[in-house]
Design a protein around this ligand. Sequence first.
Ligand code: SF4
Ligand code: SF4
Length: 377
Amino acid sequence: MIQRKLEKLGVQTSLLGFGCMRLPQTPEHTIDEDQTALMFDLAYQAGVRYFDTAYGYHGGESERVTGRMLKRYPRDSFFLATKLPMYMIRTLAQAKDIFEEQRQKLQVETIDFYLLHALNKETFNRAVELGIIEYCEQLQREGKIRFLGFSFHDSYKEFERILRYRNWDFCQIQYNYRDRNIQAGTRGYELAAALGVPVVVMEPVKGGVLANLPREVSEPFRKVNPGASDASFALRWVADHPNVKVILSGMSSMEQLRDNLQTFETENPLTQAEMDAIEEVGKRLDSRVKIGCTGCRYCMPCPHGVDIPANFEAWNHLGMYGPGEGVTFRWTKALPSNAKASQCVKCRQCEQKCPQNLPIVESLKKLQAEMDEAYAK
Ligand code: SF4
Ligand code: SF4
């Protein structure tokens, strides 16, 4: 198992981290603890030493199950990471209650890696105003947490502001070969490296879509390395960044775990031909983009409630990756019916505001028809 040193913190961990946000489930949609135990054991035996959960995962059950699973191993043989749900914190007292609840659920005295979860401009400002950071620093002094960091979802500008705000022990960013220029991105990775802040990467396979590419897209991978999975290319691309110290993979099955264990068995940098294959796959994905919406939101708000960029994002996802979980989430879960393209009355107010001069009205009509077809019962 590949190990990485976090020089700043004086510790070493497995590069593969077990993400506990998509644990295997029973037909009743509860966590399948028997299967989870088998997966934890196999991962642990193979040398995985970083387990990452959060207050909100699996409706609050992930921490409880993760705690039960890890209780079976010596406490000093692994690192446990969990997160304070800044998106729901409104008072310091609430944060304190949640922290104690987390320690109880996880059955530990000390949380090794503690993160302010999903920071963005708004939640970071709130963390500062409420004194959450000082509270976490106090927890660190008391030995209740070892290392303090944050996970992040916003623009590079906000990432830089947060990263420079204090001397963080680590940070966690979304990073993969498709997301080099969104959120923290490559600039964010490089800034963290320059400041000596270790990086934990989440979404290395972009919520699973890079693990399951349409066959005609992933063909360059087959040519250059026929036995390797799509996921292994994405993971190795991230692993080629030396300041990435942990790569989190939210594994739901033994098959995914085994594939990941194989990928992370030994350092295996991408060859030039493999890097070229990744660029070619990227180009193929780009050519399947339905509309060049940048997500700038200048067209918003729509007086009739259509969330134009969210509709386009779901549509582009459908074009690039085909129907699957990523599109289902964006179209059926994240987008309420009163914000869908079907609500458009063709007033064209949005088109005048779009800096890309996109044919919004015509595109919304097309996308609604394609989504109707993709999701026809
Ligand atoms: S044309 Fe449609 S999407 Fe654009 S502002 Fe009007 S109703 Fe909203
Ligand atoms: S203004 Fe144009 S590019 Fe920007 S979000 Fe709206 S449709 Fe997309």
